[in-house]
Write a protein that binds this ligand. Structure first.
Ligand code: C6P
Length: 405
């Protein structure tokens, strides 16, 4: 039984903050359950040794916990253990592919296909890469309702397309893109397919074998885990062909003064002492999510999303951006005559945390003709009362700013 009251007791922040605290910014980063905090503390207080090199009890314990987390991540997205690379986050994961795969495989005139709704983390690495390789960037446009315009696929997927990289769930519109079809279209023209799954993996079942994507990136801190840890999934046969991203300890097999050989995947891509505590914390976050049930979490979010959309649409001064039929629990909006930064501050006075800004998606803002939006995003610990409070506070803001007679 999914009981949000009991779930909220697992999150110590609710008892540390005032009673009226409403957190609606989980797309940015999620709150952390005590279970995850305990796992991180447990590593630091009980067995804080380095991994893969310490041949003594706590070193072996640390290695087992770190590698155990890799297995948990692999199972969570239905991957093989050796296809899971620990990184710092989605941003680093995408950069890893841009440096270690794309710079080696792309040449002048090759096309990198993205969309207009990418997060900066999935735009800038490719801008840098295109400058260096001479590859050309192309962007699938989005429609007014925040869905991708895939009406003329032959315009985008051509024999020049070598790499397709697409956001799974938009962090602005909430739109869930038809990623399996996009991966197939990429493969049909001989391109590799990368999925930015930062906003999808925490909220819905993502199965990399079913999607058949070549790479998939996400962040631990958006799924109840610690900051400073993320994942790059890569098909083992592709990872094998890649050069390392960073050089240093642990990613080697043999080293002489002038040359070296590389460790097996995935360790070839994990140079230096890794983010051990964070990776262990991510493993705990996955245990926690599994104990509640990802499907249950998804259903709870969808119920709240529909409730929130309806209530917000009933406020005449509110404009909501994005209306995809398949969407996650992220709502970007503006309130007539109120700058989103002012809105965010006024809501904060009522104890409500939303995000305001361009959401690291400036090209979306430009196309929408706005400089910023407010954004409310939901997770398993949110309630209908949170939405009621948000809407009351928006109406209060409208009145305060003199928007209604
Ligand atoms: N979006 C948001 O408030 P990092 O920072 O590396 O953990 O994740 C980057 C990232 C990549 N892709 C998508 C779709 C994202 O939403 C994010 C992070 C946050 O929307 C912070 S800007």
């Amino acid at each position: 039984m999914f009981d949000v009251k009991i779930i909220r007791e697992d999150f110590p922040i609710f008892s540390k903050q005032s009673n009226d605290f409403v957190y609606l910014d989980s797309a940015s980063t999620t709150l952390k359950p005590q279970f995850v905090i305990d796992a991180v503390n447990g590593y630091y207080s009980q067995y804080s040794a380095n991994v893969h090199r310490s041949i003594y009890t706590i070193g072996e314990q640390a290695t087992a916990a770190y590698e155990g987390s890799r297995k948990k991540v692999a199972d969570f997205i239905n991957a093989k253990d050796n296809s899971i690379i620990f990184t710092k986050g989605t941003t680093e994961s995408i950069n890893l592919v841009a440096y270690a795969w794309a710079r080696k495989n792309l040449k002048e005139g090759d096309e990198i296909l993205l969309t207009e709704m990418e997060h900066h983390s999935n735009l800038i690495p490719w801008q840098l890469c295109a400058k260096e390789t001479g590859a050309i960037l192309k962007h699938i446009p989005f429609n007014e309702d925040g869905t991708l315009d895939l009406s003329e696929p032959e315009k985008w997927f051509t024999d020049k397309t070598k790499l397709v990289t697409v956001i799974h769930q938009s962090n602005v519109f909430g739109t869930i893109n038809p990623i399996k079809e996009i991966v197939k279209m990429a493969h049909d023209v001989g391109a590799i397919a990368i999925v930015d799954a930062a906003q999808s993996v925490p909220h819905q079942k993502v199965d990399v074998q079913e999607l058949d994507c070549d790479f998939l990136a996400f962040s631990g801190h958006k799924m109840l885990g610690p900051t400073g840890v993320g994942i790059l999934y890569g098909k083992p046969e592709i990872l094998e062909t890649m050069n390392p991203f960073l050089g240093g300890g642990e990613m080697i097999k043999t080293v002489s003064l002038n040359e070296s050989t590389w460790n097996n995947i995935p360790w070839k891509f994990e140079a230096g002492t890794p983010n051990i505590a964070q990776a262990i914390g991510l493993g705990a976050a996955i245990d926690y999510i599994n104990s509640i049930g990802l499907e249950q979490i998804h259903q709870h979010e969808q119920l709240l999303l529909n409730y929130a959309l309806k209530k917000m649409q009933d406020i005449p001064e509110v404009t909501i951006y994005g209306a995809a039929s398949e969407r996650g629990a992220v709502i970007s909006f503006n309130v007539e005559n109120v700058h989103p930064h002012d809105l965010s501050q006024l809501l904060d006075n009522d104890g409500i945390a939303i995000r305001a800004g361009h959401h690291c998606a400036q090209p979306i803002m430009k196309k929408l003709g706005v400089s910023a939006t407010g954004r409310a995003s939901l997770y398993l610990y949110n309630t209908k009362e949170d939405i009621d409070r948000l809407c009351e506070s928006i109406v209060k803001t409208v009145n305060f700013m003199g928007g209604r007679d």
